[in-house]
Design a protein around this ligand. Structure first.
Ligand SMILES: Cc1cc2nc3c(=O)[nH]c(=O)nc-3n(C[C@H](O)[C@H](O)[C@H](O)COP(=O)(O)OP(=O)(O)OC[C@H]3O[C@@H](n4cnc5c(N)ncnc54)[C@H](O)[C@@H]3O)c2cc1C
Length: 541
């Protein structure tokens, strides 16, 4: 089946929904999302959105904090634009019905809190389930918009470009290409549909599932980055994977984050002996940037052999803790941990992809009519390390910019649909009876990325990872050709692709900067490496 629409949006998180709501004024939108629309990274965000609003704060201070965190690789013009745009975007969310927490002293003002790396209280939040509140408000608005059609349980497989000679698994990529839409698997009907669009936006989120331990939900398999790369778009800075220092350590809890805001409110990291170790690593102690805290925990765990360290907030008033962190309090209570009385066991876990599909100031990739926004994109805001609560902000700012640009482009060019799109070629026609191969490869990739391409890297580990991933990719390619396509196979192919790109990027960068730390090159080398790591798929004629 072929759908012809003005705007194809892949992803229903904060980025995709914000974009869809804006372009729906100018045309028909298909919003494709691989599970239920609510199942996004956005939905799990706890802390909030950074936006200057306090009496003693300024745009300049927020810019400076962002640049400090990004360790020399942020694009200053991007940082300034995003930060100055924040109050307007927050107001838009409020207008859409997002109920942010109000100040105790002035009900007209939003409550602002502190997080690691910020020198002022500037995090706008809704309790400690900010993401859920935003996601719900955006979803309600989008579902009530008659120009937006939802396609839930639809997995985008690959982008279609002018130069696509689509045989499953082989997308030939030409430079200066034009995006015409995407092939999408309807997982309920088990059919591949062609979505032909005048503008396509990748808002498919991050890639935490490439790693064994992650704060991300299952949807985060890097599909947007993998599709963009296969289509020939530039991708950048994929070595900069942010590990959140404090994920709950419990065999029963899958992917539960203990927000940065707990340290912002005075939470202290201690090891199993009760020693508050952050003072040994950085003058900012527990409020140092995430990369520093994650490496400190990694080092403590390697030294002691312990399973976890602990985050202690028991010195605060129990009533305050329950009111400020209701979500964390409830979740920990169900696991038998009373956070008002005992420290929380925590470990670092893959959390955020700072790199992604390279875009310009309007969210455009270097493929015409293809945009990338949110965690899938690399705008230049985060540099080598994202500052806490800057990512929801980046998503709404770039959704706004790219929506304006996409509407302008469609009008300017009086854009027509691409003609004669090749139909999906179902090469493999047999159902696989070896699902075990898929799950085995999934597991192997995630483990090797955790062990060899994690918080601390080395040349030997990277080489070992490369050799393994090359072999696994060959196996997946074969499997992809032989059997009917399934959502698991699509995701496996994408995590392998993204893992390989992370390894390539990490191998290229011969220094340590921000989130990338290599034992052989422990110093930063501004003379040779103060630049992005950019990859493009070689042209296949
Ligand atoms: C636990 C947690 C806490 C966080 N806390 C904060 C915070 O406090 N502040 C902050 O700024 N950031 C936070 N972040 C990061 C932030 O939530 C994300 O970066 C942001 O929500 C990403 O939004 P997005 O719209 O780009 O992607 P997502 O919200 O992840 O949405 C991606 C969408 O794409 C869909 N998709 C993916 N692949 C396909 C495909 N092949 N076909 C169809 N659909 C597809 C998914 O199903 C999903 O709908 C947190 C992240 C996590 C995991």
């Amino acid at each position: 089946m072929q759908h012809n629409i003005d705007f194809l949006v892949i992803g229903s998180g904060i980025a995709g929904l914000s974009f869809a709501l804006k372009v729906a004024r100018a045309g028909r939108v298909a919003l494709v999302t691989k599970k239920e629309a609510m199942e996004t990274n956005t939905n799990y965000a706890q802390g909030g959105i950074a936006s200057v609003g306090g009496q003693y704060d300024s745009f300049d201070l927020h810019v400076q904090d962002t640049l400090n965190s990004g360790d020399g690789l942020c694009k200053k013009d991007v940082v300034e634009t995003v930060i100055k745009d924040a109050p307007a975007r927050i107001q838009e969310l409020v207008n859409l019905g997002v109920e942010f927490t109000r100040s105790h002293t002035n009900a007209k003002a939003l409550d602002l809190v502190l997080e690691g790396g910020h020198c002022r209280k500037r995090i706008v939040h809704a309790g400690d389930f900010t993401g859920r509140v935003i996601e719900q408000a955006l979803l309600n608005a989008a579902r009530n918009n008659e120009n937006i059609t939802f396609f839930e349980n639809h997995v985008a497989i690959d982008l279609i470009t002018y130069s696509t000679r689509m045989k499953r698994g082989i997308v030939t990529a030409a430079h200066n290409d034009v995006c015409c839409g995407a092939y999408v698997l309807d997982t309920n009907a088990d059919q591949v549909h062609t979505f032909r669009a005048k503008a396509t936006v990748l808002a498919a989120g991050g890639a935490g599932k490439v790693y064994l331990y992650t704060s991300n939900p299952d949807i985060a398999t890097g599909d947007g980055i993998a599709m963009a790369y296969r289509a020939g778009a530039l991708v950048a800075n994929l070595e900069f994977v942010q590990f959140h220092p404090t994920c709950l350590y419990s065999p029963e809890a899958k992917n539960f984050l203990i927000s940065e805001a707990v340290r912002g409110e005075g939470g202290i990291l201690v090891n199993a002996r009760g020693h508050a170790f952050m003072a040994d690593y950085h003058p900012q102690k527990d409020l140092a940037c995430r990369d520093i805290v994650a490496r400190a925990i990694d080092s403590e765990l390697k030294k002691s052999g312990d399973d976890s360290v602990f985050l202690d907030i028991t010195h605060k008033d129990p009533a305050f803790i329950k009111e400020r962190f209701p979500n964390i309090y409830d979740r920990c209570s169900t696991l038998g941990i009373d956070i008002t009385k005992e420290p929380i066991p925590v470990v670092p876990a893959a959390h955020y992809m700072c790199g992604g599909t390279l875009v310009d100031a309007d969210g455009k990739t270097d493929i015409e009519r293809l945009y990338a926004i949110g965690e899938t994109a690399c705008t230049g805001l985060h540099g080598a390390n994202r500052l806490a609560s800057n990512s929801l902000l980046e998503a709404v700012v770039y959704a706004d910019k790219s929506a304006r640009s996409a509407v302008r482009d469609i009008k300017k060019n009086n854009a027509a649909f691409c003609q004669d799109l090749p139909a999906w070629d179902p090469v493999g026609t047999t159902d696989s009876d070896e699902a075990i191969v898929v799950s085995h490869n999934w597991d192997e990739i995630r483990r090797l990325m955790w062990n060899y391409v994690g918080i601390v890297r080395s040349n030997k580990r990277l080489l070992r990872a490369k050799n393994r991933i090359d072999m696994i990719e060959k196996e997946i390619h074969q499997y992809y050709w032989d059997f009917n396509i399934t959502p698991d196979l699509i995701e496996l192919r994408n995590i392998a692709q993204v893992a390989s790109l992370i390894i390539q990027s990490a191998t290229l960068r011969k220094e340590s900067r921000g989130l990338h730390f290599n034992l052989q090159y422990p110093e930063k080398d501004d003379r040779r490496w103060k630049k992005d790591t950019i990859l493009r798929r070689p042209f296949v004629g």
